[in-house]
Design a protein around this ligand. Sequence first.
Ligand SMILES: Nc1nc2c(ncn2[C@@H]2O[C@H](COP(=O)(O)OP(=O)(O)OP(=O)(O)O)[C@@H](O)[C@H]2O)c(=O)[nH]1
Length: 379
Amino acid sequence: MKMLTAKQIRTRIWLIFAVFLGLCVWAALYFQQQSKQLLGSNFTALVVDVMQAQEDVHVLKRSLSYLKADSPFFDIQELEKAKIRIQYRIPIIDRKVRASVIDSRVYEPYLTKLSAVGAALPDMIKRIQRSNQDSENRSLLITQLTKIELDMAVSYSELHHIIQAASDIERRRKDQLLLLIWGLISAVFIVGSALLATLTRLYFHKEELTIQNNLDHLTQLPNRRYISEKAQAIIGWRPAQIGFAIIDLDLFKKINDLYGHPAGDEVLKHIADILNHHIVEPNLVARIGGEEFCVLFLNLSQQQVMTLCEEIRVAVEEAKLKVNNSVMIHITLSIGLYYHEGERQTTFSQIYQYADQALYLAKKQGRNRLVLHDNAIVH
Ligand SMILES: Nc1nc2c(ncn2[C@@H]2O[C@H](COP(=O)(O)OP(=O)(O)OP(=O)(O)O)[C@@H](O)[C@H]2O)c(=O)[nH]1
């Protein structure tokens, strides 16, 4: 995984956040606008109203045909009832159409015609009632009533058509809205996943940095910083038994000089392997400097710690380390050991100092040996 700098990660998170916020604001505005448009338009109810009103047109048409034929079926009462229904329905339809989202320029001519019909109809019916004997006047009334019937039929039919078209548009808009909602949900999901991925990356980045900060790159052992912090914390708990050994390779400079620096590096790795092999948890091993290692022993008696140190010393002494793919190197090491038992208030630097003093003695007394602080030379 390619490592991103903290600044790059922060920039990415802000970018994702900005995109996400932008999307949310846009979606909120869009929904607000759409819901405003959809409010107040109940096209289904309107279509039903218009269809019922069209039945009045049929009644009018039938009465008209009886009137024309001078039929005995002509019933002025039926025409009266139709008039009442028509006068009742026209204002309702007018109000509902005007409340809808339909452009007023589209419906206005038909509503005007209908209101004219509503206004003219009562007078027309009165005149029909009075015109029984006057046949000339009667034919004029039939012509006017035919026009009214035609105006009504055309207006309702056109309104029906307009409302149907608006209803289709509304349905399409709802579909688009639904699609948009799904799109937004997907976007939220994608943005959320991207954010999560970035955060995970950030977390691993931090973990990696922590590991890198605490690890010696050559030997992959914990480094001085790690052991110092860890040992300081452990010593703070005042463990009953604590031992600390500084392990220093003898005359290591010679190896570098004779076989080269890379060979010296190989030796250091071999030593790290031997230490790793002998030291198990809860004891801790680390590389604290060039050719210097250390071990923190916990919950072991002094004898056990000294035996372990001796085992390490002997293991290195007896090992033949292969470097440069051929040369077998022989090396030894010196160990300065500090040990105490029973609760004691001390610090890591104090313990380190004691172990270092013991190491100094080990070197001074001829190397390849273990020296316990307080001058107790073991080997
Ligand atoms: N190859 C290699 N050499 C290193 C590294 N770090 C330190 N050294 C070398 O380790 C050598 C340590 O030399 P000295 O401090 O003189 O100690 P010494 O030769 O081991 O002698 P004594 O400690 O007195 O036994 C130096 O030559 C350093 O250059 C490393 O990471 N790799």
